[in-house]
Design a binder for this molecule. Sequence first.
Ligand SMILES: C[S@@+](CC[C@H](N)C(=O)[O-])C[C@H]1O[C@@H](n2cnc3c(N)ncnc32)[C@H](O)[C@@H]1O
Length: 210
Amino acid sequence: MAENYDKIAKYYDKLSRFIFAKAQVNAQINQLHYISKGSKLLIVGGGTGWILEEISKIHSSGLTIVYIELSKKMIILSKSRNRKQNRVEFIHQSIEDYDTRHSFDFILTPFLFDNFSRQQAPLVFDKLHHFLKNNGKWFMVDFTLEYKSGQWWKSLMLKSMYLFFRWFRMIQVSELIEMKPYFLKRNYLIVEESFYYRNFIRATIFLKSK
Ligand SMILES: C[S@@+](CC[C@H](N)C(=O)[O-])C[C@H]1O[C@@H](n2cnc3c(N)ncnc32)[C@H](O)[C@@H]1O
């Protein structure tokens, strides 16, 4: 896949904070207290890896984390993060190509699904669904257009972001796929749902129930 975030890796966090202030960060940090001691996590599309430091502030040891990133530069930045005594396996690969016999207690996909087309999104969803243990939790954070208020500025912002990311050949897609229906169809329960940036960012904790 030619498209990836290498070009922007060094500036990604600054750009995110410039546009969204702390909204993208808070949406993710506020979910982390659900992580239980000694658990096994799969993080897909963790970016520069700042989330590893935040997780390690909550659990300084005992976690096993598999960290999948498509961008080589993002992986390099992530490796320099202080993850304390937690075990992190960094994998430079697209989630589409990744396979494992292991299953996970928690799956984190922060701002990952906005990178996928209508064809890719359900395939990645199904794959991750199978990697998650029963009663495991999936931390889903992404943009949403579900709330009708402010639809015009949210659509405009989304279009501009997609244009920018496509222009720099970081992504190929141009529309946001709402993932919530996929979770509901698979009988996930919503443990917590919070909104940020005037309801433009949704952070949901889904529980996989049988
Ligand atoms: C929008 S950024 C979000 C980064 C980070 N989660 C954050 O919130 O700061 C999306 C990240 O997902 C990674 N990514 C995109 N498509 C991917 C794929 N198919 N497999 C694995 N990682 C992917 C990108 O390299 C990028 O680092």
